[in-house]
Design a protein around this ligand. Structure first.
Ligand SMILES: *Cc1c(COP(=O)(O)O)cnc(C)c1O
Length: 224
């Protein structure tokens, strides 16, 4: 029995209750074996996040019987758009307009539209993926025009900072960006932010989806 799953689930639910809105838990299974995913799925967890298309597809093949929902949360290179569009239910890391056309073109008609979050570089870090906050409106319009994509909201990975106030600040700024985007696109419903160390703070700031790896699966053996 995986104790941490029940514990994390309870903490997410308690934080969601306190914040007054529902929150989805995405289990981040990067570097973890298909068997670990299967174990969590047996406990009721059905949505999983992976950083790399090439790491995810063999696991997905091994687990097709489970009907899981797969989210691509790592940076997307243009030459991986086809695989992303074929093998995932959600893409959380769309950060430039150039990716919109190929993703739309490669998404098979037989599948539902690909759910898309715009990744925002909320702390303006030089080395990070994500678009600048002021690039959100144009990118959102391009996604909304693509019939095979469905704009669902925003995602961010705030700068790792030991000061929780600093991170909470970034979450609050994301919430304001989300509200502004929702004015133009009323159907968006997802603000994905918060990881193992700070998901409760993210939920208090308005996160509707948290992405948790380490706290569920244990430390990763190698750097993702
Ligand atoms: C690895 C990763 C996570 C999970 O991080 P933990 O600290 O292990 O919970 C969440 N989001 C993204 C984008 C990641 O790459």
């Amino acid at each position: 029995m995986n104790l941490s799953y029940a514990q994390i689930r309870a903490r997410v639910d308690a934080a969601a209750q306190a914040a007054g809105h529902p929150v989805r838990l995405l289990a981040v299974s990067k570097t973890k074996a298909a068997a670990a995913v299967r174990e969590l799925a047996a406990m009721g967890q059905l949505a999983f996040g992976e950083n790399y298309v090439q790491e995810a597809t063999p696991k997905q093949r091994e687990l097709t019987d489970l009907g899981l929902e797969w989210h691509l949360i790592g940076p997307l290179q243009s030459n991986k758009c086809r695989d992303a569009a074929l093998h995932f239910d959600w893409l959380q890391s769309l950060d430039r307009e150039k990716l919109v056309e190929p993703l739309n073109r490669f998404r098979p008609d037989a599948m539902p539209a690909l759910n898309v979050l715009i990744q925002v570089n909320i702390d303006g870090e030089a080395s990070k993926s994500g678009c600048a906050p002021d690039a959100i409106p144009l990118l959102a319009r391009a996604i909304a025009r693509a019939p095979r994509l469905r704009l669902r909201g925003l995602m961010a990975i705030p700068e790792p900072n030991p000061d929780p106030v600093h991170r909470r600040n970034a979450f609050d700024r994301m919430h304001r960006l989300f509200d502004a985007l929702q004015n133009a696109h009323p159907a968006i419903d997802t603000l994905s932010m918060g990881m193992s160390d700070d998901f409760e703070s993210a939920i208090a700031a308005g996160a509707t989806m948290v992405r948790i790896g380490t706290a569920l699966f244990g430390a990763r053996a190698r750097v993702p």
